[in-house]
Write a protein that binds this ligand. Structure first.
Ligand SMILES: [Zn+2]
Length: 202
């Protein structure tokens, strides 16, 4: 009986350690609660202890099409989801989802911060971390549910993420199927340069 109680306490302690790690990486309480088995009040209390303020209220931002909005978004999602996929393929099946998620997200942050030639979009955010942890949680869910999948580019062999139900022409490689406009912004091949706009008349 005592042993059972101790095990329960140890488990609760472990959940709190995971929750703390997630909060420190910027996760909001709803994400932490879906990743760890902690109650709502505990989550808020922990958040306040770490950040010394109350968490933001309201729904989490959710954009199912985030990865196709920019090839740079797709590159970042591909790095992160590739790590999630690879870690889930490893031997240790007892690994918790939350642990895998934290490991993949920390690795992702380290990888993108070391980009020697960041794009405009990447230089606009601290340490080039375009993928916020709350969005990362959403993307991991989309990959697990099959809404997104990882494919290999036939040209450059890079592994990248696509929306599974999109027609093939919209599942473009974020490395090969892009062009740079006059401002240096990377655009998908399917987004053609604008012609005959009023500003170009003179
Ligand atoms: Zn490619």
């Amino acid at each position: 009986m005592i042993r059972l109680r101790l095990m329960k306490l140890a488990n609760q302690g472990y959940e709190l350690i995971l929750a703390e790690a997630l909060f420190k990486l910027g996760a909001r309480p709803p994400v932490v609660r879906s990743a760890c088995t902690i109650g709502s009040k505990t989550a808020i209390r922990l958040y306040k202890t770490i950040h010394r303020r109350s968490p933001k209220q309201g729904m989490l931002p959710y954009d199912p099409y985030w990865i196709v909005r920019s090839s740079v978004h797709d590159l970042h999602a591909s790095i992160f989801l590739g790590l999630i996929h690879d870690l889930s393929q490893q031997q240790n099946q007892t690994d918790r989802n939350a642990e895998r998620f934290i490991t993949a997200y920390e690795l992702y942050c380290r990888i993108v911060a070391n980009n020697p030639q960041p794009s405009k979009l990447e230089t606009s955010v601290p340490q080039a971390i375009l993928l916020d942890i709350n969005r990362a949680w959403q993307l991991a869910g989309q990959l697990m549910s099959g809404e997104m999948s990882l494919v290999i580019c036939g040209k450059c062999q890079a592994r990248y993420v696509v929306l599974s139900k999109m027609p093939k022409p919209f599942q473009q490689c974020p490395i090969c199927d892009v062009w740079a406009d006059s401002t240096g912004r990377r655009r998908w091949m399917t987004v053609k340069p604008r012609k005959n706009t009023k500003n170009q008349d003179h």
